[in-house]
Write a protein that binds this ligand. Structure first.
Ligand SMILES: *[C@@H]1O[C@H](CO)[C@@H](O)[C@H](O)[C@H]1NC(C)=O
Ligand SMILES: *[C@@H]1O[C@H](CO)[C@@H](O)[C@H](O)[C@H]1NC(C)=O
Ligand SMILES: *[C@@H]1O[C@H](CO)[C@@H](O)[C@H](O)[C@H]1NC(C)=O
Ligand SMILES: *[C@@H]1O[C@H](CO)[C@@H](O)[C@H](O)[C@H]1NC(C)=O
Ligand SMILES: *[C@@H]1O[C@H](CO)[C@@H](O)[C@H](O)[C@H]1NC(C)=O
Ligand SMILES: *[C@@H]1O[C@H](CO)[C@@H](O)[C@H](O)[C@H]1NC(C)=O
Ligand SMILES: *[C@@H]1O[C@H](CO)[C@@H](O)[C@H](O)[C@H]1NC(C)=O
Ligand SMILES: *[C@@H]1O[C@H](CO)[C@@H](O)[C@H](O)[C@H]1NC(C)=O
Length: 310
């Protein structure tokens, strides 16, 4: 009896094993013969319903379950969730502003308000000051995990702000552009209006009429360069104006620094001429002194030659 049972079990096992290997053997042939995109899709569709991995709804169900399983003191407080929501709103407002001010660059002049707002809420999040209910959001929002997403997001935007050197154009305390920046914008406006007025037809008129305002703009810019009150907005607008002037309008460059350069280089140009001239005169003088005793003799021979020729 016992032996029969064992034999039956063995047969059953063998049969089961056969069935397994046959399915395993069949699958590669399917894969091999139908490696087209359509075939793969069909295969995926056939496998998906049986496989738990392919259930997107079940995944979120699990994570929800996990989240609600944390005890209350590990959860983020309502106050911090609220701060995070405000941070998100201000972040996207600021990013939208940056993107729409990317070309031509108006990042500093258009977005300093939204930047201020974002900075303010981040200060609230990162301060160790206790909010209502004795909670500080710094630990729970900023450094509870390896990714530190909020910190990372904010830091990236701050890098953009620093790289633009917007702080040179915005007075921090007053929440406005600096007077230097406003003055530059007004001067730039003057030049652009002049360009607009004379843009039609002959550009040589434009070059003549707008030269004064354009030179003034360049001088103001180089003064600001020395004062280190430049930000990307000003740099870019000056860059574009210079390109407009020299490439589009074909005007010459009337920069004040050119005048001494031209003076010095023309002086250098004349130096060899002056040198040769002076050395020639000098040697002539010496020759006259050396020749002096024989002068009478050579003079008579010269006269002789002239006599013979005539
Ligand atoms: C952020 O902090 C400032 C002062 O620390 C406070 O006046 C302001 O209400 C705070 N903002 C929020 C949303 O809690
Ligand atoms: C906050 O904590 C301080 C001590 O850490 C305590 O004196 C104060 O009563 C607490 N306030 C609230 C609202 O729990
Ligand atoms: C900027 O100009 C305004 C008015 O022209 C003046 O009231 C203000 O004091 C100036 N600010 C600075 C920092 O010079
Ligand atoms: C420059 O001119 C435009 C109109 O051409 C005007 O809207 C703008 O306010 C002016 N900007 C400055 C700084 O004067
Ligand atoms: C532009 O005007 C100047 C005189 O104002 C003239 O000499 C020149 O030939 C004109 N050039 C063109 C391309 O019309
Ligand atoms: C440069 O700075 C000096 C003082 O630091 C100031 O008097 C001058 O107006 C500034 N120039 C410009 C173009 O901002
Ligand atoms: C000026 O424009 C040129 C050409 O577009 C660019 O390569 C250069 O980086 C610009 N300079 C600044 C300071 O923006
Ligand atoms: C500018 O000058 C160059 C040669 O000096 C000429 O090839 C080009 O066509 C001119 N462009 C304009 C817009 O007049």
């Amino acid at each position: 009896m016992y032996i029969f049972q064992v034999a039956a079990l063995l047969i059953a096992l063998l049969y089961y094993g056969n069935a397994q290997t046959s399915t395993v053997a069949v699958n590669p042939t399917i894969l091999g013969s139908e490696l087209s995109a359509d075939g793969l899709k069909q295969l995926a569709a056939a496998v998906a319903p049986q496989s738990p991995v392919f259930h997107p709804s079940r995944g979120s169900y699990f994570s929800l379950n996990l989240l609600s399983a944390f005890p209350e003191d590990l959860e983020v407080s309502d106050y911090c969730v609220e701060l995070l929501a405000i941070f998100g709103q201000r972040y996207s407002t600021y990013v939208n502003c940056l993107v729409s001010a990317a070309r031509p660059v108006k990042v500093c002049q258009n977005c300093y308000g939204t930047h201020d707002n974002l900075m303010e809420i981040y200060t609230n999040i990162s301060s160790d000051q206790m909010g209502p209910g004795n909670v500080s959001c710094r630990d729970s929002l900023l450094r509870s995990d390896r990714l530190m997403l909020v910190f990372l997001l904010y830091n990236n935007l701050e890098d953009i702000w620093t790289g633009s050197e917007c702080n040179s154009c915005v007075s921090l305390g007053l929440h406005s552009l600096t007077n230097d920046t406003l003055y530059f914008m007004a001067t730039l406006n003057q030049s652009l209006r002049c360009f607009e007025k004379f843009q039609q037809g002959n550009h040589s008129a434009l070059c003549k009429e707008c030269k004064a305002t354009y030179r003034g703009l360049n001088e103001l810019y180089s003064r600001m360069e020395k004062n280190r009150t430049l930000c990307i907005d000003i740099e870019d607008s000056m860059n574009m104006t210079r390109r407009l002037w020299s490439k589009n309008f074909n005007c010459s460059f009337p920069r004040a620094e050119n005048v001494p350069v031209i003076a010095v280089s023309s002086f250098m140009l004349f130096l060899p001429i002056i040198f040769y001239l002076s050395s020639f005169l000098h040697s002539e003088q010496k020759k006259r002194k050396l020749i002096h005793p024989k002068r009478a003799k050579s003079n008579t021979s010269l006269v002789n030659i002239q006599d013979r020729l005539s």
